[in-house]
Design a protein around this ligand. Structure first.
Ligand code: FES
Length: 132
């Protein structure tokens, strides 16, 4: 426990105190390359922590509502689409993940969703039997 305590109480404060953070706004314009390089690791750490916090909170909010539709026509009570089979020339990929920006057609948004969540969603492909 001493190791963790020492990192939090001594090592991190000493490291932060040694960073070349200017006292004035104008001081930022006088920083040299070495100073900016010294500021890079803590900036990346804060940025990374912020990014993952944002992603985690966003994911928790989406999961917390129990809704699968993240934003398609939320102003109506129920999303129903009709596509006349005669209008499909060869085949049509219809979204089943509710992430497509080209709803009701699949735009590939299920791919990033699957990578992010470990899900396995994909479109339903409607095609003419004789044109397979
Ligand atoms: S974008 Fe939703 S299934 Fe492809």
């Amino acid at each position: 426990m001493y190791f963790v305590s020492n990192i939090i109480k001594v090592t991190i404060p000493n490291y932060l105190a040694g960073l070349p953070i200017p006292d004035t706004i104008g001081g930022w314009f006088h920083l040299g390359v070495k100073d900016w390089l010294a500021l890079l690791p803590p900036t990346l750490a804060v940025g990374g922590i912020s990014y993952y916090s944002y992603k985690t909170i966003k994911k928790a909010r989406e999961a917390g509502t129990g809704q699968i539709n993240p934003g398609i026509r939320k102003d109506i009570k129920k999303v129903v689409d009709f596509i006349d089979i005669e209008d499909i020339t060869e085949k049509a990929s219809l979204c089943r993940c509710w992430k497509s920006k080209n709803w009701p057609y699949c735009d590939g948004a299920h791919g990033p969703h699957n990578r992010e969540t470990g899900d396995n969603t994909g479109p339903i492909v409607v095609r003419h039997k004789e044109k397979k």
